[in-house]
Write a protein that binds this ligand. Structure first.
Ligand code: SAM
Length: 247
């Protein structure tokens, strides 16, 4: 449950270095300390917040509820200069994706492929602003989210008025939220909630179908493949983050 989740109090305190080791920035050389006049070892200030190692660039793309990581793996070579992060609440599934990425990195050591994708265990319904600064993301993917069919369970849906405000906070103006589902009612729900939100507009069909990420979203996720095997229909909707209002 959530109390076992580790999350930073603020995005600046998030240590990304273990997730993207190939992107850790070189530390600035520290000025040499003046020689001590006494032999005493200076006391460390343990109350000072630990400064995490910095990356050379920020995570820009998030896959919310990434499941077994199919989308991450497919996006890695398509956007090799971009850091992509999968967020998943289930422990064993997160571990599976972590191992999958580890193997791919090992197999591609020479080309450094797959160093740009990683996974993190998190409850995105609660802790998104702990990980991402305002406007940090250019894309969010929400692929085949749990439908929570019953009306009393709708509050558990990953798209809602409140959560859309969090997505609007994390995604920069011009950025895109991608959604796909095989559940018509959930598709309607997502469209309705994003269209009603003042910070989003729906992306037109032509632009949607011209976006290479849409093809990946339709075919690369595990859930998408399952729907394909069962000859189910897939409903796609993209939403653009609008410019911040000028007061
Ligand atoms: N996106 C993947 C795909 O298309 O194959 C997985 C889809 S699966 C139906 C939904 C996933 O969302 C599950 O793996 C579930 O554990 C995860 N999930 C549900 N609620 C979540 C939350 N609050 N935070 C993070 N992940 C969540």
């Amino acid at each position: 449950s959530d109390h076992q989740l580790v999350y930073p109090p603020h995005p600046d305190q998030m240590d990304w270095s273990t997730l993207y080791p190939a992107y850790v920035a070189q530390e600035e050389p520290q000025p040499e300390a003046a020689p001590s006049t006494t032999e005493q070892i200076p006391e460390q200030d343990l109350s000072a917040p630990v400064k995490p190692k910095k990356l050379t660039q920020d995570v820009e793309v998030a896959d919310i509820g990434c499941g077994f990581g199919g989308l991450l793996i497919a996006l890695a070579p398509i956007m090799p200069q971009t850091l992509v992060l999968g967020l998943e609440i289930r422990v064993s599934v997160t571990q599976f994706v972590e191992d999958r990425i580890k193997v791919l990195r090992r197999q591609n050591e020479e080309t450094k492929a797959y160093q740009n994708v990683s996974v993190l265990r998190a409850n995105t319904m609660k802790f998104l602003p702990n990980f991402f600064r305002q406007g940090q993301l250019s894309k969010i993917f929400i692929c085949f989210p749990d439908p929570h069919f019953k009306a009393r369970k709708h509050k558990q849906r990953i798209v809602s008025t409140t959560l859309n405000s969090e997505y609007a906070y994390a995604v920069r103006p011009g950025g895109i939220v991608y959604t796909i589902t095989d559940v018509p009612d959930l598709h309607g729900w997502m469209v309705q909630h994003f269209e009603a939100h003042p910070m989003f507009e729906r992306v037109g069909l032509e632009e949607q179908e011209g976006d290479p990420c849409v093809e990946v979203m339709r075919n690369a996720t595990e859930e998408g493949k399952k729907v394909e095997r069962n000859k189910g229909e897939k409903f796609v909707a993209l939403f653009r983050r609008l410019e911040d209002p000028v007061f």
